[in-house]
Design a binder for this molecule. Sequence first.
Ligand code: GLN
Length: 289
Amino acid sequence: MSAHQHTDELSINQALAWGYAQLIANKHISSDEARFEAQHLLCEVLKVNRAHILTWPENRLTQPAQSHYESLIKERKAGKPVAYILGYREFWGLKLGVTAETLIPRPDTEILVTEALKRITPKSKQLIDLGTGSGAIAIALAKENPKLIVIATDVHYPTLTVAKNNANLHQVKVSFIQCHWLEAFETLPKFDMIVSNPPYIETEDQYLQQGDLRYEPIRALASGDDGLDAIKQIIQESYPKLQSKGWLLLEHGYNQAEAVRSLLAQEGFCHIETIKDFAQHDRVSLGQK
Ligand code: GLN
């Protein structure tokens, strides 16, 4: 499809069918994703919601809208994740800016936010999110608890810039610190809660070479031969820096729950538990000091 092949602009339905056919030609994009993403990209171009495009399938695109849509579909067909094409992803109902410097927030990480919220009490004063990326977890928790002191760290400065912009956009107060896990913090028990979605994929895992993950920062995804390097370090560093009865909550791989629970137990944590994600995979483990 291009302007010189069509004298008339496409209808919404034709544009969606064309976009779908383009996207399923990429073997990393499933049929469901292709359908959803073609709709999502067209909604962005037309600045309307899904209800609009489903209600007005015969409406014709303008020429500029059609070429804009074509260019977005081409980028996606070439492999670039939708979140990086559009420059944002929704998380916890918040529109968060994302760039190639940040992991794309996943819906499953909202489970970590939910579990954290259940354990924040009126007495909780200070919370820290380690390896914050786009700021997703810290911003969601700060939004829900405006009085809480929320700190977020990331080892990579350009990532922190994205997170800071997101916090400003959503008018939440989060203090951002560039450091590796908890190394910038003295060994005083000061946090009521420590949360993290660290990298946890095995360095050699072929999954890293597939689909959208190829575009995401490897430092946010992979962590040693068994994927547990970061998690081990975080569990060890966290214990002395938590207040008594403070909580540590960690996202991890679907097959790492047992290992994470035993690392938590070895360090002295109690009330250890694993929570499943939307696909019923073990995804978050937590413990109390
Ligand atoms: N859950 C992500 C995935 O498997 C990985 C995120 C992470 O490593 N923290 O795609």
